[in-house]
Design a binder for this molecule. Sequence first.
Ligand code: AMP
Length: 296
Amino acid sequence: METIDSIKRLEERMARLKGQGKEIGLVPTMGALHEGHLSLIRRARDENDVVVLSIFVNPIQFNRKDDYLSYPRNQDRDKALCFREGVDFLFVPKVEEMYQEGFSTYVEVEGLTDRLCGASRPGHFRGVTTVVTKLFNIVRPDRAYFGQKDFQQTVVIKRMVRDLNLNVEVLTLPTIREADGLALSSRNQLLRQGERQVASALYRSLLEARELFAFGIRDSRRIIQQMHDVLHKAGIFRIDYITLVDLESLEELEGARAGAVVALAAWVGNVRLIDNMTLEEVTSQLKARHKLGVNV
Ligand code: AMP
Protein backbone atom coordinates (compact mmCIF):
# COMPACT_ATOMS: atom_id res chain seq x y z
CA MET A 1 0.00 0.00 0.00
CA GLU A 2 1.25 3.44 -0.88
CA THR A 3 0.17 6.47 1.14
CA ILE A 4 0.07 9.60 -0.98
CA ASP A 5 -0.70 13.18 0.00
CA SER A 6 0.20 14.85 -3.28
CA ILE A 7 -2.54 15.26 -5.90
CA LYS A 8 0.00 15.29 -8.70
CA ARG A 9 1.67 12.10 -7.55
CA LEU A 10 -1.65 10.25 -7.29
CA GLU A 11 -2.66 11.48 -10.74
CA GLU A 12 0.60 10.14 -12.16
CA ARG A 13 0.08 6.75 -10.52
CA MET A 14 -3.51 6.55 -11.77
CA ALA A 15 -2.54 7.55 -15.34
CA ARG A 16 0.07 4.81 -15.45
CA LEU A 17 -2.30 2.14 -14.15
CA LYS A 18 -5.06 3.25 -16.55
CA GLY A 19 -2.53 2.99 -19.37
CA GLN A 20 -1.98 -0.63 -18.35
CA GLY A 21 -5.74 -1.22 -18.65
CA LYS A 22 -6.33 -1.55 -14.89
CA GLU A 23 -9.76 -0.86 -13.45
CA ILE A 24 -9.82 1.47 -10.50
CA GLY A 25 -12.26 1.53 -7.57
CA LEU A 26 -12.50 4.58 -5.31
CA VAL A 27 -13.82 4.67 -1.73
CA PRO A 28 -14.12 8.28 -0.56
CA THR A 29 -14.18 8.69 3.25
CA MET A 30 -13.53 11.14 6.03
CA GLY A 31 -11.60 8.54 8.02
CA ALA A 32 -12.14 7.16 11.53
CA LEU A 33 -12.85 3.97 9.64
CA HIS A 34 -15.30 1.33 10.83
CA GLU A 35 -16.94 -1.81 9.44
CA GLY A 36 -19.22 0.31 7.23
CA HIS A 37 -16.19 1.69 5.42
CA LEU A 38 -14.56 -1.74 5.36
CA SER A 39 -17.60 -3.21 3.61
CA LEU A 40 -17.07 -0.66 0.83
CA ILE A 41 -13.37 -1.49 0.59
CA ARG A 42 -14.09 -5.22 0.36
CA ARG A 43 -16.59 -4.75 -2.44
CA ALA A 44 -14.17 -2.42 -4.26
CA ARG A 45 -11.43 -5.01 -3.78
CA ASP A 46 -13.64 -7.70 -5.36
CA GLU A 47 -14.59 -5.63 -8.39
CA ASN A 48 -11.44 -3.72 -9.36
CA ASP A 49 -7.75 -4.24 -10.04
CA VAL A 50 -6.77 -1.23 -7.97
CA VAL A 51 -8.43 0.21 -4.85
CA VAL A 52 -7.95 3.82 -3.80
CA LEU A 53 -9.29 5.00 -0.46
CA SER A 54 -9.31 8.68 0.30
CA ILE A 55 -9.40 10.15 3.77
CA PHE A 56 -10.22 13.82 3.76
CA VAL A 57 -12.20 15.64 6.41
CA ASN A 58 -13.62 18.10 3.95
CA PRO A 59 -13.98 21.51 5.60
CA ILE A 60 -16.39 22.94 3.01
CA GLN A 61 -19.08 20.36 3.77
CA PHE A 62 -19.29 21.32 7.45
CA ASN A 63 -21.66 24.12 8.24
CA ARG A 64 -20.40 24.32 11.84
CA LYS A 65 -16.78 24.91 12.73
CA ASP A 66 -17.03 23.01 16.03
CA ASP A 67 -18.36 19.96 14.15
CA TYR A 68 -15.39 20.13 11.77
CA LEU A 69 -12.89 20.49 14.60
CA SER A 70 -14.37 17.71 16.74
CA TYR A 71 -14.81 15.25 13.85
CA PRO A 72 -12.95 12.04 14.89
CA ARG A 73 -9.53 11.61 13.32
CA ASN A 74 -7.29 8.57 13.73
CA GLN A 75 -4.95 8.20 10.81
CA ASP A 76 -2.58 5.58 12.24
CA ARG A 77 -5.42 3.17 12.94
CA ASP A 78 -7.04 3.93 9.57
CA LYS A 79 -3.77 3.25 7.81
CA ALA A 80 -3.39 -0.14 9.51
CA LEU A 81 -6.98 -1.09 8.57
CA CYS A 82 -6.47 -0.07 4.94
CA PHE A 83 -3.27 -2.08 4.76
CA ARG A 84 -5.04 -5.12 6.24
CA GLU A 85 -7.95 -4.81 3.80
CA GLY A 86 -5.72 -4.65 0.74
CA VAL A 87 -6.12 -0.99 -0.23
CA ASP A 88 -3.51 -0.13 -2.88
CA PHE A 89 -3.42 3.63 -2.51
CA LEU A 90 -4.35 5.63 0.57
CA PHE A 91 -4.91 9.23 -0.49
CA VAL A 92 -4.64 11.74 2.35
CA PRO A 93 -4.48 15.22 0.81
CA LYS A 94 -3.98 18.32 2.92
CA VAL A 95 -6.69 20.96 3.04
CA GLU A 96 -4.31 23.57 1.55
CA GLU A 97 -3.70 21.39 -1.46
CA MET A 98 -7.35 20.53 -2.12
CA TYR A 99 -8.42 24.15 -1.66
CA GLN A 100 -5.68 26.41 -2.84
CA GLU A 101 -5.65 30.12 -2.13
CA GLY A 102 -8.48 31.70 -4.10
CA PHE A 103 -10.51 28.52 -4.52
CA SER A 104 -13.89 29.63 -5.83
CA THR A 105 -15.48 26.92 -7.98
CA TYR A 106 -18.27 24.72 -6.67
CA VAL A 107 -20.49 21.95 -7.99
CA GLU A 108 -24.10 22.19 -6.92
CA VAL A 109 -27.02 19.83 -7.48
CA GLU A 110 -30.20 21.88 -7.19
CA GLY A 111 -33.52 20.76 -5.74
CA LEU A 112 -32.50 17.43 -4.27
CA THR A 113 -30.21 19.25 -1.87
CA ASP A 114 -32.89 21.59 -0.46
CA ARG A 115 -34.53 18.77 1.46
CA LEU A 116 -33.76 16.46 4.38
CA CYS A 117 -30.17 17.07 5.49
CA GLY A 118 -29.84 19.90 2.97
CA ALA A 119 -32.48 21.89 4.85
CA SER A 120 -30.80 21.49 8.23
CA ARG A 121 -27.21 21.72 6.98
CA PRO A 122 -27.06 24.57 4.44
CA GLY A 123 -24.12 24.25 2.06
CA HIS A 124 -23.37 20.69 3.14
CA PHE A 125 -24.13 19.00 -0.17
CA ARG A 126 -22.39 21.67 -2.21
CA GLY A 127 -19.27 20.77 -0.23
CA VAL A 128 -19.84 17.06 -0.82
CA THR A 129 -20.46 17.30 -4.56
CA THR A 130 -17.50 19.63 -5.01
CA VAL A 131 -15.05 17.38 -3.19
CA VAL A 132 -16.39 14.22 -4.83
CA THR A 133 -15.99 15.83 -8.26
CA LYS A 134 -12.44 16.74 -7.39
CA LEU A 135 -11.73 13.18 -6.22
CA PHE A 136 -13.28 11.77 -9.40
CA ASN A 137 -11.08 14.08 -11.50
CA ILE A 138 -7.94 13.20 -9.58
CA VAL A 139 -8.46 9.42 -9.41
CA ARG A 140 -10.56 8.88 -12.59
CA PRO A 141 -12.10 5.74 -11.05
CA ASP A 142 -14.15 3.23 -13.01
CA ARG A 143 -16.32 2.69 -9.94
CA ALA A 144 -16.96 4.62 -6.74
CA TYR A 145 -18.48 3.16 -3.59
CA PHE A 146 -20.89 4.85 -1.20
CA GLY A 147 -23.03 3.70 1.73
CA GLN A 148 -26.82 3.67 1.90
CA LYS A 149 -26.45 5.13 5.39
CA ASP A 150 -25.93 8.51 3.73
CA PHE A 151 -28.93 7.91 1.50
CA GLN A 152 -29.46 11.48 0.31
CA GLN A 153 -25.77 11.76 -0.51
CA THR A 154 -25.99 8.74 -2.82
CA VAL A 155 -29.03 10.18 -4.60
CA VAL A 156 -27.33 13.55 -5.04
CA ILE A 157 -24.08 12.03 -6.31
CA LYS A 158 -25.89 9.77 -8.77
CA ARG A 159 -27.77 12.79 -10.11
CA MET A 160 -24.53 14.77 -10.43
CA VAL A 161 -22.83 11.93 -12.30
CA ARG A 162 -25.77 11.68 -14.68
CA ASP A 163 -26.18 15.43 -15.20
CA LEU A 164 -22.49 16.13 -15.77
CA ASN A 165 -21.78 12.94 -17.78
CA LEU A 166 -19.10 11.85 -15.37
CA ASN A 167 -17.59 8.60 -16.48
CA VAL A 168 -17.88 6.59 -13.28
CA GLU A 169 -20.21 3.92 -11.99
CA VAL A 170 -21.64 4.81 -8.58
CA LEU A 171 -22.46 1.88 -6.33
CA THR A 172 -24.51 2.08 -3.15
CA LEU A 173 -23.93 -0.56 -0.47
CA PRO A 174 -26.15 -1.51 2.48
CA THR A 175 -25.87 0.09 5.90
CA ILE A 176 -23.77 -1.84 8.38
CA ARG A 177 -25.19 -1.78 11.91
CA GLU A 178 -24.21 -2.52 15.49
CA ALA A 179 -25.88 -5.49 17.20
CA ASP A 180 -28.62 -3.20 18.57
CA GLY A 181 -29.26 -1.73 15.14
CA LEU A 182 -27.42 1.58 15.49
CA ALA A 183 -25.92 2.42 12.09
CA LEU A 184 -22.14 2.53 12.29
CA SER A 185 -20.84 6.05 12.01
CA SER A 186 -17.57 7.77 12.82
CA ARG A 187 -19.64 10.20 14.88
CA ASN A 188 -20.80 7.39 17.21
CA GLN A 189 -17.40 7.76 18.89
CA LEU A 190 -18.53 11.16 20.11
CA LEU A 191 -21.50 9.72 22.02
CA ARG A 192 -21.13 9.53 25.78
CA GLN A 193 -21.86 6.25 27.51
CA GLY A 194 -25.56 6.75 28.31
CA GLU A 195 -26.12 8.39 24.95
CA ARG A 196 -24.84 5.38 23.06
CA GLN A 197 -27.74 3.30 24.35
CA VAL A 198 -30.25 6.05 23.68
CA ALA A 199 -29.03 6.29 20.07
CA SER A 200 -30.36 2.83 19.20
CA ALA A 201 -33.86 4.36 19.36
CA LEU A 202 -33.23 5.76 15.87
CA TYR A 203 -33.18 2.24 14.51
CA ARG A 204 -36.16 1.24 16.64
CA SER A 205 -38.16 4.11 15.19
CA LEU A 206 -37.35 2.85 11.68
CA LEU A 207 -38.46 -0.63 12.73
CA GLU A 208 -41.68 0.92 13.96
CA ALA A 209 -42.24 2.44 10.51
CA ARG A 210 -41.47 -0.87 8.89
CA GLU A 211 -43.92 -2.68 11.11
CA LEU A 212 -46.73 -0.16 10.58
CA PHE A 213 -46.18 -0.38 6.84
CA ALA A 214 -46.20 -4.18 6.97
CA PHE A 215 -49.51 -4.05 8.84
CA GLY A 216 -51.03 -1.97 6.08
CA ILE A 217 -50.70 1.57 7.44
CA ARG A 218 -50.08 3.92 4.53
CA ASP A 219 -50.68 7.33 6.11
CA SER A 220 -47.21 8.90 6.31
CA ARG A 221 -48.26 11.35 9.00
CA ARG A 222 -49.34 8.52 11.25
CA ILE A 223 -46.13 6.58 10.67
CA ILE A 224 -44.01 9.66 11.32
CA GLN A 225 -45.96 10.50 14.47
CA GLN A 226 -45.34 7.02 15.87
CA MET A 227 -41.67 7.35 15.05
CA HIS A 228 -41.56 10.63 16.97
CA ASP A 229 -43.15 8.80 19.89
CA VAL A 230 -40.45 6.13 19.86
CA LEU A 231 -37.72 8.78 19.89
CA HIS A 232 -39.44 10.83 22.60
CA LYS A 233 -39.79 7.77 24.81
CA ALA A 234 -36.04 7.25 24.53
CA GLY A 235 -35.41 10.88 25.49
CA ILE A 236 -34.63 12.18 22.00
CA PHE A 237 -36.44 15.48 21.41
CA ARG A 238 -34.16 17.39 19.06
CA ILE A 239 -35.28 15.95 15.75
CA ASP A 240 -34.18 17.68 12.54
CA TYR A 241 -36.54 15.64 10.41
CA ILE A 242 -38.40 12.39 10.03
CA THR A 243 -39.76 11.94 6.55
CA LEU A 244 -40.99 9.46 4.01
CA VAL A 245 -39.67 10.20 0.55
CA ASP A 246 -39.44 8.90 -2.99
CA LEU A 247 -36.23 6.97 -3.57
CA GLU A 248 -35.08 9.12 -6.51
CA SER A 249 -36.80 12.50 -6.38
CA LEU A 250 -36.64 12.74 -2.56
CA GLU A 251 -40.13 14.23 -2.72
CA GLU A 252 -42.19 13.77 0.42
CA LEU A 253 -44.91 11.16 0.15
CA GLU A 254 -48.27 11.47 1.84
CA GLY A 255 -48.90 7.81 1.31
CA ALA A 256 -46.29 5.17 2.12
CA ARG A 257 -45.50 2.71 -0.64
CA ALA A 258 -43.01 -0.05 -1.26
CA GLY A 259 -39.72 1.41 -2.44
CA ALA A 260 -40.19 4.61 -0.44
CA VAL A 261 -37.49 5.59 2.02
CA VAL A 262 -38.04 6.56 5.63
CA ALA A 263 -35.23 8.87 6.65
CA LEU A 264 -34.42 10.76 9.81
CA ALA A 265 -31.89 12.99 11.49
CA ALA A 266 -31.85 13.58 15.22
CA TRP A 267 -29.53 14.77 17.94
CA VAL A 268 -28.37 12.57 20.76
CA GLY A 269 -26.56 14.90 23.14
CA ASN A 270 -24.30 16.99 20.93
CA VAL A 271 -24.13 14.46 18.15
CA ARG A 272 -26.30 14.61 15.06
CA LEU A 273 -27.09 11.15 13.71
CA ILE A 274 -28.87 10.06 10.54
CA ASP A 275 -30.42 6.80 9.42
CA ASN A 276 -32.89 5.45 6.89
CA MET A 277 -34.64 2.34 5.57
CA THR A 278 -36.45 1.47 2.36
CA LEU A 279 -39.91 0.09 2.90
CA GLU A 280 -39.69 -2.48 0.14
CA GLU A 281 -36.58 -3.97 1.56
CA VAL A 282 -38.04 -3.95 5.02
CA THR A 283 -41.26 -5.74 4.20
CA SER A 284 -39.45 -8.56 2.48
CA GLN A 285 -37.13 -8.78 5.50
CA LEU A 286 -40.15 -8.86 7.73
CA LYS A 287 -41.80 -11.63 5.73
CA ALA A 288 -38.59 -13.63 5.76
CA ARG A 289 -38.37 -13.22 9.52
CA HIS A 290 -41.98 -14.23 10.01
CA LYS A 291 -41.31 -17.31 7.91
CA LEU A 292 -38.35 -18.13 10.11
CA GLY A 293 -40.47 -17.52 13.20
CA VAL A 294 -38.18 -14.70 14.36
CA ASN A 295 -39.85 -12.19 16.62
CA VAL A 296 -39.37 -8.68 15.28
P1 AMP B 1 -17.82 9.04 5.90
O1 AMP B 1 -16.40 8.70 6.24
O2 AMP B 1 -18.74 9.05 7.06
O3 AMP B 1 -17.92 10.25 5.01
O4 AMP B 1 -18.33 7.83 5.01
C1 AMP B 1 -17.63 7.38 3.89
C2 AMP B 1 -18.50 6.40 3.15
O5 AMP B 1 -18.82 5.31 4.00
C3 AMP B 1 -19.83 7.02 2.71
O6 AMP B 1 -20.16 6.57 1.42
C4 AMP B 1 -20.78 6.49 3.75
O7 AMP B 1 -22.11 6.40 3.28
C5 AMP B 1 -20.21 5.12 4.01
N1 AMP B 1 -20.69 4.64 5.32
C6 AMP B 1 -20.66 5.31 6.49
N2 AMP B 1 -21.25 4.60 7.46
C7 AMP B 1 -21.67 3.44 6.89
C8 AMP B 1 -22.37 2.29 7.36
N3 AMP B 1 -22.75 2.17 8.63
N4 AMP B 1 -22.62 1.31 6.48
C9 AMP B 1 -22.24 1.41 5.18
N5 AMP B 1 -21.59 2.46 4.69
C10 AMP B 1 -21.30 3.48 5.51
